[in-house]
Design a protein around this ligand. Structure first.
Ligand SMILES: Nc1ncnc2c1ncn2[C@@H]1O[C@H](COP(=O)(O)OP(=O)(O)OP(=O)(O)O)[C@@H](O)[C@H]1O
Ligand SMILES: [Mg+2]
Length: 357
C-alpha cells in the first residue's frame, strides 16, 4: 500500500509546530526509514500515520484515500514499539494471538494463523514460554509476530532494535528485512541509528526539527548529501571537514586554508568568495599518490581495524581520520603527503550548510 503525507503539520503547543508542513510518499512494498536526532519528530510522524495522533493540518492518504478520519483500529496497521510491551503473564502463543482475539477471529483459524506467524520469526518451538523465559531477541520477535499476525497493510516499527546487543541487532536487521520482503508489506521504521537505516531501508527520510531535509536511497544519501547536517550524520567513521575560503571565477577555483592555498580543477556553482567546508570521506584520502588536493598531515594515532589501518592526523590544525591498507602503519609524529581526488570532495557553504558541489 502506498502512503502519502501531504502538507502535514502537528503542534502540541500553540507557539511551535513539532511537524512543519511535511510531505512524504512511501511507495507500495518499500521499507522507509525515518532517521534523525532525538526530538526531531520521528515518533510523532509515525503516530500520525497510525492514527493515534491527529494532524492539525494536512492530509494522510493510504492508496490515495484520505484516512484522517479513520480510527487507529480501522487503519489495519501492525506496530512494534520501542518497548515491546508484551503481556508478561501470557504465553508466546497468547501474546501473538492477542490481536486476532480482539478481532474475534474464530479459535481454529486463530491458532492456525498464530502458528504461521510464529514460524515466520522462528519461534514455533517457544509457543508455551512466557516472555520472561526468552532472550531479548526472542521477545523482539514475539512483538514482530504479533504485529504481522493480522496481516496488516502497513507495518510501523519505532526503534525496533534499540534494546538488543550488537550481534542480535545485526541478526534482527536481516530478519525484519527478510520478513518485510517476503510479505511485501509497506513498512516505516523509526531510528536514530544511521547504520540501521542504511542497511535496512529502500529509502531514508532524514528529519531535522520537524522537517524532512533529504529523502533518498541510502546510496544517494551517502554519495550526495545535500547539506552539512546530513554529511556529518551519515557514514562511519564520519566524513572529515576542512574549513577554508573558496574563491571561484565560475570555471576554476582556489581553496585557501589556514596556511596554504590550493588551485583546484572544480567549478563551484557561484562566482566570488565563500567560506566553506570541504567534506572528504575517510576512505577517499590516500597517502603519497597523485590527487587534485595535496595536503600535509601529521600522524597523531594509527589504529588497526584488521582489514585496514585507521589513521588520525592533523592537517593545518584540523583533526582528520582516514583509512589505508593494513600494512601501512605510520609512526606517531610522521609527516605524510595526503592526496584527495576532486570527485571525492563534497563542498558545503559554511553559513547555510547547503551543498555547493
Ligand atoms: N504528547 C506530546 N505532548 C507534548 N509534546 C510532545 C508530545 N509528543 C512529542 N512531543 C514533542 O514533540 C517533539 C518531537 O517528539 P518525538 O517523540 O516525535 O521525537 P523523536 O524524533 O521520536 O525523538 P526520539 O528519538 O527521542 O524518540 C519533542 O520536542 C517532544 O517533546
Ligand atoms: Mg521517538
Amino acid at each position: 500500500m502506498k502512503i502519502e503525507l501531504r502538507n502535514v503539520s502537528k503542534s502540541f503547543h500553540k507557539d511551535a509546530n513539532t511537524i512543519e508542513n511535511l510531505n512524504l510518499t512511501i511507495p507500495d512494498g518499500e521499507l522507509v526509514a525515518l532517521l534523525g536526532p532525538s526530538g526531531c519528530g520521528k515518533s510523532t510522524t509515525m503516530l500520525m500515520i497510525a492514527g493515534i495522533y491527529k494532524p492539525n493540518d494536512g492530509t494522510i492518504l493510504f492508496d490515495d484515500e484520505p484516512v484522517n478520519d479513520l480510527e487507529p483500529k480501522d487503519r489495519n496497521i501492525g506496530m512494534v514499539f520501542q518497548s515491546y510491551a508484551l503481556y508478561p503473564h501470557m504465553t508466546v502463543l497468547d501474546n501473538i494471538a492477542f490481536p486476532l482475539k480482539q478481532m474475534r477471529v474464530p479459535k481454529e483459524e486463530r491458532y492456525h494463523r498464530t502458528k504461521e506467524a510464529a514460524k515466520r520469526v522462528h519461534l514455533e518451538n517457544f509457543l508455551e514460554r512466557k516472555p520472561s523465559e526468552l532472550s531479548g531477541g526472542q521477545q523482539q520477535r514475539v512483538a514482530l509476530a504479533r504485529a504481522i499476525v493480522k496481516e496488516p497493510r502497513v507495518l510501523l516499527l519505532d526503534e525496533p532494535l534499540s534494546n538488543l546487543d550488537a550481534r542480535l541487532k545485526i541478526e534482527m536487521r536481516e530478519e525484519i528485512r527478510r520478513l518485510q520482503k517476503e510479505l511485501g508489506i509497506t513498512t516505516i521504521m523509526v531510528t536514530h541509528d544511521q547504520e540501521e537505516a542504511m542497511t535496512m531501508a529502500d529509502r531514508i527520510a532524514v528529519m531535522k526539527e520537524g522537517e524532512i531535509v533529504q529523502y533518498s536511497t541510502p546510496i544517494d544519501l551517502y554519495q550526495q548529501p545535500q547539506s552539512y547536517f546530513i554529511a556529518q550524520f551519515i557514514g562511519t567513521p564520519p566524513m572529515n571537514f576542512l574549513k577554508g575560503t573558496l574563491l571561484s571565477n565560475g570555471t576554476s577555483c582556489e581553496f585557501k586554508m589556514r596556511e596554504t592555498v590550493h588551485a583546484l580543477p572544480i567549478a563551484p556553482p557561484f562566482q566570488g568568495e565563500k567560506t566553506v567546508y570541504f567534506g572528504v570521506r575517510p576512505h577517499d584520502i590516500s597517502i603519497g599518490c597523485e590527487g587534485d588536493l595535496q595536503l600535509k598531515g601529521k600522524v597523531l594515532l594509527t589504529e588497526s581495524l584488521g582489514h585496514a589501518s585507521l589513521i588520525s592526523a592533523e592537517v593545518e590544525q584540523t583533526y582528520i581520520r582516514f583509512m589505508t591498507s593494513p600494512q601501512l602503519r605510520p609512526e606517531i609524529g610522521a609527516i605524510l603527503d595526503l592526496a584527495i581526488k576532486k570527485d571525492a570532495l563534497h563542498v558545503f557553504d559554511m553559513k547555510t550548510g547547503e551543498r555547493l558541489g
